[in-house]
Ligand binder design. Structure first.
Ligand code: AHR
Length: 659
């Protein structure tokens, strides 16, 4: 009976809840700027995880194109090969290792019966091909004797229908690159590439590549357009790269070494990706780093996104969740030299060693590197000893470079507190904090920086994401509950923009068929990419970052969860807009009167953008990518007052023209 009465009461309740019939008032003072918002406030964190680089934004379609994987024919199939037959009725590719350089392997194909032999590459869980778009098909070949007259390459769908093809006539005993444009006749998400031969004999093959020509900003060896466009749409203030734990490596030998990722592509020494079998779920042993996306391409991507580049370097420590290998202090110099050389690579004159390489790669102008991260998620005294050595060396040569240091993997606890003390004492500049916590934590910690020491270092909220189940659980979802909690938390980051200088959700990218870590901001398959609800939260904040912080108060206090509400306000001096972000994290509709003081003139017509769902478990999918996405409406401002009707579980952005 009681349940029924409550139900009835709910039916007759006013649509939007107010106190004593009158809505409470939120006051914004447009004439009192509280701080400048840093252009780097909302950025992106790129890590090569979940096929983010190879198989993702780096759109090479051939996996293991140069046969350098630890199992050199991984990714390649040769049905009916002579491998297990003594009759030599078909043919066979074996791997030859020549010398010791980064591209030492090639495939030697012996064709006994040209009609019976095929060499096939399946790409990264198939190859995504788009009808009518041009792809560059290229390979290096060298004839051994006269037998093989032709190399035929076909792109096939799952039923072996031909989508496109090219033929090359190899003509010499020296390595030569052969290339052709191929335009598929149909769109296919799981195509494969097949190589056959005419004439029996022996031929060597290497660097077999299929690359789309329509890349982001039309760059050769450029980025997959749809994924990069989603990044561009965020208008990120910075691009952090290349991670994450990938920087550290499970062992020091597997750490990220930027120098091995620049120069000619075939000379970049690939290594296995640590996010292949890190967890027991969804093993991806075929996940490597070809470094086709290397440091030059990262800098170029940052430039194309108009984002500040923020590289993070290994500080002489392998991942402490794995081996935790340490470089002794007296052997740290080469690591520090890598950091100094990176600054020269990014900013140095074209007649310097590393500046010249940048110029040779096509970018004589400097990349204007301003920030450099030392270490990723390190903790304990070993880190601070190494950080000090790096900082001293970098600052003495490049005093203008801002050093980004870190507090380790957790936002609180013993290691965090130790790090805080050390970093304060060392007068750190910008410090990276990570929070992978449940949605409740985000809601409860929206005031994290309200009482922060204003004389201490600036904050880089470098990796955060609400976890719907638990950190590293394969069941975590990018659901609306998590995204909404992040939005609430982000009002707290914005409210403290005088000390919070940089922020980024993590990780950024995941292939639906090749991931180990969830949640992720953007999911993609071989043809499509989509933003999660979390993506749209990030986009609303970063597209409305403003230039100047304002206060928004209820009863003289910031909104940090009272009545389920969270709020922040900024002024955009470029557009003359006062921008309010209000999160209603409650399941009830809420009404508030908003009063804007301190403006000489307020335009009566304003814009409200809403991101909302009644279903906290709702997610976006590749088939329904905008299920949770922003919608826009006009609202009226009467004098200096605006009635805000805040739907349950909603993020609301108000844009009001003020003078
Ligand atoms: O974002 C995934 C991982 O989480 C990052 O590599 C690491 O820095 C953090 O532990």
């Amino acid at each position: 009976m009681m349940k029924k009465l409550l139900h009835l009461a709910a039916l007759f309740a006013p649509l939007f809840i107010s106190v004593n019939g009158r809505a409470q008032t939120l006051t914004v003072d447009a004439s009192k700027p509280a701080a400048d918002i840093q252009p780097t406030m909302w950025g992106i964190f790129f890590e090569d995880i979940n096929f983010a680089a190879d198989g993702g934004i780096y759109p090479e379609l051939v996996k293991n194109r140069s046969f350098e994987f630890d199992t050199p024919l991984m990714g390649w199939r040769q049905p009916n090969s002579d491998r297990h037959s003594l009759n030599k009725e078909s043919g066979m590719a074996v791997i030859i290792k020549e010398g010791s350089g980064p591209n030492k392997n090639y495939a030697r194909v012996t064709v006994h019966n040209a009609a019976g032999y095929r060499l096939i590459n399946d790409g990264f869980r198939g190859m995504g091909l788009k009808q009518g778009e041009a792809y560059t098909l290229s390979l290096k070949a060298r004839k051994q004797g006269e037998g093989v007259e032709k190399i035929n390459v076909r792109l096939l769908d799952g039923n072996n229908n031909v989508l496109g093809q090219a033929a090359f006539s190899p003509d010499g005993a020296e390595w030569k690159t052969y290339s052709a444009d191929v335009v598929p006749s149909a769109t296919e998400a799981r195509a494969h590439l097949e190589i056959t031969f005419e004439g029996n004999g022996v031929i060597d093959l290497d660097m077999i590549s299929l690359f789309p020509q329509d890349t982001f900003k039309g760059r050769k060896n450029g980025m997959r357009k749809d994924i990069a466009q989603l990044l561009a749409d965020l208008k990120p203030g910075f691009l952090r790269f290349p991670g994450g734990c990938i920087v550290e490596g499970r062992t020091l030998a597997e750490r990220y070494q930027w120098k091995k990722t620049v120069g000619p592509i075939e000379d970049r020494e690939l290594i296995v990706n640590r996010w292949n079998t890190e967890f027991n779920h969804r093993l991806t042993p075929d996940y490597y780093q070809s470094f086709g996306l290397g440091f030059f391409e990262y800098f170029q991507l940052a430039e194309d996104l108009a984002a500040e580049p923020l590289p993070i370097l290994n500080c002489g420590m392998a991942c402490q969740f794995n081996t935790g290998e340490l470089v002794p202090m007296e052997e740290l110099d080469p690591y520090i030299q890598d950091a100094l050389d990176l600054v020269e690579f990014a900013n140095g004159p074209v007649d310097s060693k590393w500046g010249k390489l940048r110029a040779d790669m096509g970018h004589p102008e400097p990349f204007n590197l301003k920030y450099l991260g030392v270490g990723n998620e390190q903790w304990g005294p070993d880190y601070f000893e190494r950080l000090e050595a790096f900082t001293t060396a970098i600052k003495s040569k490049y005093p203008e470079i801002v050093i980004v240091s870190g507090t380790g993997p957790f936002p609180d606890g013993e290691h965090f507190e130790y790090a805080e003390k050390k970093l304060k004492k060392a007068k750190a500049e910008i410090v990276d904090e990570h929070y992978y916590r449940n949605p409740k934590w985000f809601l409860e910690n929206a005031d994290r920086y309200d009482g922060y020491d204003r004389n201490s270092y600036k904050i880089f909220a470098g990796e955060y994401a609400a976890q719907s189940v638990a950190i590293a659980s394969p069941d975590n979802k990018n659901n609306w509950e998590c995204a909404l909690a992040e939005a609430a938390y982000m009002t707290g980051l914005e409210r403290n923009a005088d000390v919070v200088y940089m922020t980024s959700y993590a990780p950024l990218l995941a292939h639906v068929d090749g991931w180990q870590w969830t949640p992720d901001l953007i999911w993609f398959d071989n043809l499509r990419a989509m933003g999660t609800p979390n993506y749209y939260v990030q986009k609303l904040f970063s597209n409305h970052s403003g230039t100047t912080l304002l206060s928004i108060l209820e009863n003289g206090k910031p909104l940090t969860g009272q009545g389920g509400l969270y709020a922040s306000a900024v002024l955009d001096k470029r557009t003359g807009e006062t921008i309010l972000k209000i999160v209603n994290a409650s399941g009830q509709p809420v009404e508030r009167d908003i009063r804007i003081d301190g403006a000489r003139r307020i335009n009566p017509s304003a814009v409200k953008i809403v991101l909302q769902s009644d279903d906290l478990q709702a997610v976006n999918t590749l088939d329904e990518p905008t299920r949770i996405s922003p919608s826009e409406e006009s609202v009226r401002v009467r004098g200096k007052n605006l009635k805000a009707q805040l739907a349950p579980y909603s993020l609301n952005v108000y844009k009001i023209k003020t003078h």
